[in-house]
Ligand binder design. Structure first.
Ligand code: XMP
Length: 510
C-alpha cells in the first residue's frame, strides 16, 4: 500500500502530521526516529516526513535525536518540518544557529511559488512558527524557498534529490494553506494517488481477515462502545456467522445501552450475540468495596472469568477480535510507566487464552473508526457514542456501589446526556456524564429539610484522553440539567459542575 512515513522525533504535532496526510487520502504511519534503515526500506514509503522535536540540534547537554544520513540516498522524497528541517541542514553540509531568531505563533511568510511545494499558493501567506533554533546556511545545492522578516531561511529545497524543509508547521490549523503544502508534497513531489478511502480500508481489512481466519471461528468481546462495535461489524463482513460476539452486561452500563447493543447486533446485522446478564454477580463482588483500584480489579477479573466461561462454550474458536486503536499502539511504545489507574478494558483479556488476535482497527485513529462505522451502516447513536470506561458506572459512584446508587446515577446521567444532545453539543464534547459522590448535604425541598446526594456533572474536551479541558457549558444548559436532575431524581438535592482539567485531575473520578 502506498504510504508516507512520519519519522517521529518526539514533536508535539507528529501524530497530527500523520492524520493530516490521511485526511488527504494517503495512508501514513508514525515510526520512531531510530527505526533501522532496512525496516524503513521494507515499508516502501512514497515519501518521508521528519517531524519536529523538543530536542535541539545544538544541545550540548543532551545528544540530539538523529537519523542515519544514508536515508537521503534512498531516492525517497523527504519533507523536514521544524526540527526536521534543521536536522536535514545539519546532516548535510548546512548550519543551524540558535542566535536570537525565536519565533512563536502566527507569522507572515514570503514563499517562492515556483517551488513545487508551494505551487498554487500566494507569494505571502500566514504560517505557524514555534522554534528556537533555525537554519543559518542551507546545504550546498539547496535553494531557499521561504523567508520571514526575522528568518532568512524558512524553507529550502533540493529538487534533484527531492528534499524539502520548512521551518513552520503546515499541519496546524493556524497555517491556513498548510493542507495545500502537504497536498503538494504528496501529489506533486511524492507522486502519490489519493486512494486511501474508508471504502478501501474496509475492503482491505475484509480480505486480510478472510485470509487469516480461513474457515476458523472468531469470538469478540463486545462492550457496546464504538471501537469494539466497528471491529465486530468488520469481522462479520469477512466471516459472517462464524463470528460470535459476547456481550457481558455487568449492570454498570448507561441507561438503554444494553437494549441498543442487542437491537443493533441481533436485529440490524444478524450477528450471533451472546448477551450475559451479570449484574447481580458484579454487584455481589463489589459489595462494600470502596477502594477504586480494588473495584477496578474486581470488575476486570470478573469480566475475564465470565468471558472465558462463555468462550469455552463456543466450540473451536481460534481467533479473538480486539478493538485496539492506533493511539493505543503509539502510546504503548512511549507511555510513562507511572500507573495512575489500572485501566480495565475489554481488550485486557488473558494471554493464556491461546486465541490468535484480530485487530482490524490497529492502524486507525478514533475519527477514522467513526467514519468506517458510518460506512458500515452502524447507527449514529453507536458511532458517535462518547467513550465509556470498561468498569462502567462503578467508577462514577464514589465509594461502594449499591443498586440504589446505580439507579440514581443512571437517571441523572441520562438527563445530562439528554440535555447535552438537546443543546446540539453531544458530538462536540469528548465526554459528558454524571458522577455520584459518597456524601450527602442538606437542602430544602417543599418547605422540608432534605439530606441527600449531590450529583457532579463532568464535561471535557480532549483529543486522545491523555489531556483534557473542562468544557465551558452554557449556563442555561447547566441550569436545565440541574433543575431536571433535582426535580426528577429521587435522592438528589444538589448539582455541581466539575471545573478541573487533566492534568492535574483525571477525566473519571476514580
Ligand atoms: P482518566 O480518568 O484516566 O480516563 O483520565 C481517560 C479515559 O479513559 C477512560 N477510562 C477507561 N477506559 N477502561 C477503559 O476502557 C478503564 O478502566 C478506564 N478508565 C478510564 C475514561 O473514560 C477516559 O475516556
Amino acid at each position: 500500500m502506498e504510504n508516507i512515513l512520519v519519522i517521529d522525533f518526539g514533536g508535539q504535532y507528529s501524530r497530527l502530521i500523520a492524520r493530516r496526510i490521511r485526511e488527504l487520502r494517503v495512508y501514513s504511519e508514525l515510526i520512531p526516529y531510530d527505526t533501522p534503515l532496512e525496516e524503513i526500506k521494507e515499508k516502501k514509503p512514497s515519501g518521508l516526513v521528519f517531524s519536529g522535536s523538543p530536542s535541539s540540534i545544538l544541545s550540548k547537554t543532551k545528544r540530539p535525536l538523529r537519523i542515519d544520513k544514508r536515508i537521503f540516498s534512498l531516492g525517497i522524497p523527504v519533507l523536514g518540518i521544524c526540527y526536521g528541517m534543521q536536522l536535514i541542514a545539519s546532516l548535510l553540509d548546512g548550519a543551524v544557529t540558535s542566535s536570537g531568531r525565536n519565533e512563536y505563533g502566527k507569522t507572515k511568510i514570503k514563499l517562492d511559488v515556483e517551488s513545487l511545494l508551494f505551487s498554487g499558493l500566494k507569494q505571502v501567506e500566514t504560517c505557524w512558527m514555534s522554534h528556537k533554533d533555525s537554519v543559518l546556511k542551507v546545504p550546498s545545492s539547496f535553494k531557499v524557498i521561504a523567508s520571514t522578516h526575522s528568518l532568512p531561511v524558512a524553507g529550502f529545497e533540493e529538487t534533484a534529490k527531492h528534499i524539502y524543509g520548512i521551518q513552520f508547521h503546515p499541519e496546524v490549523i493556524h497555517t491556513p494553506s498548510g493542507m495545500d503544502i502537504l497536498n503538494n508534497f504528496l501529489f506533486n513531489i511524492c507522486k502519490c494517488s489519493p486512494t486511501w478511502t474508508m471504502v478501501s480500508i474496509i475492503e482491505n481489512q475484509v480480505s486480510k481477515i478472510k485470509r487469516k481466519v480461513k474457515d476458523g471461528r472468531v469470538i469478540c468481546a463486545l462492550s457496546g462502545g464504538v471501537d469494539s462495535s466497528v471491529a465486530a461489524i468488520l469481522v462479520n463482513k469477512a466471516v459472517g456467522n462464524r463470528l460470535t460476539c459476547i456481550f457481558v452486561d455487568q449492570g454498570l452500563l448507561r441507561k438503554g445501552e444494553d437494549i441498543q447493543v442487542k437491537k443493533t447486533f441481533r436485529e440490524n446485522f444478524k450477528i450471533n450475540l451472546v448477551h450475559i446478564k451479570a449484574k447481580d454477580r458484579f454487584l455481589n463482588k463489589l459489595k462494600g468495596v470502596t477502594d477504586p483500584e480494588k473495584k477496578r480489579k474486581i470488575i476486570g477479573n470478573e469480566f475475564i472469568r465470565i468471558f472465558e466461561e462463555e468462550a469455552k462454550k463456543i466450540k473451536g474458536a481460534d481467533f479473538l477480535v480486539q478493538g485496539t486503536l492506533y493511539s493505543d499502539v503509539i502510546e504503548s511504545g512511549t507511555r510513562d510507566a507511572a500507573r495512575i489507574k489500572s485501566h480495565h478494558n475489554v481488550a485486557g483479556l488473558p494471554e493464556d487464552m491461546k486465541l490468535k488476535l484480530i485487530e482490524p482497527l490497529r492502524m486507525l485513529f478514533k475519527d477514522e473508526v467513526r467514519k468506517i462505522g458510518i460506512e458500515l451502516g452502524l447507527p449514529d447513536e453507536l458511532v458517535w457514542r462518547q467513550p465509556f470506561p470498561g468498569p462502567g458506572l462503578a467508577i462514577r459512584i464514589i465509594g461502594d456501589v449499591t443498586e440504589e446508587k446505580l439507579e440514581i446515577l443512571k437517571k441523572a446521567d441520562s438527563i445530562v446526556l439528554e440535555e447535552i444532545r438537546r443543546a446540539g453539543l453531544y458530538k462536540r464534547i469528548w465526554q459528558s456524564f454524571a458522577i455520584l459522590p459518597c456524601i450527602k448535604s442538606v437542602g430544602v425541598m417543599g418547605d422540608e429539610r432534605s439530606y441527600a446526594y449531590p450529583i457532579v456533572i463532568r464535561a471535557v474536551n480532549s483529543e486522545d484522553a491523555m489531556t483534557a479541558d473542562w468544557v465551558k457549558l452554557p449556563y442555561d444548559v447547566l441550569e436545565r440539567i440541574s433543575n431536571k436532575i433535582i426535580n426528577k431524581v429521587d435522592g438528589v438535592n444538589r448539582v455541581v459542575y466539575d471545573i478541573s482539567s487533566k492534568p492535574p485531575s483525571t477525566i473519571e473520578w476514580e
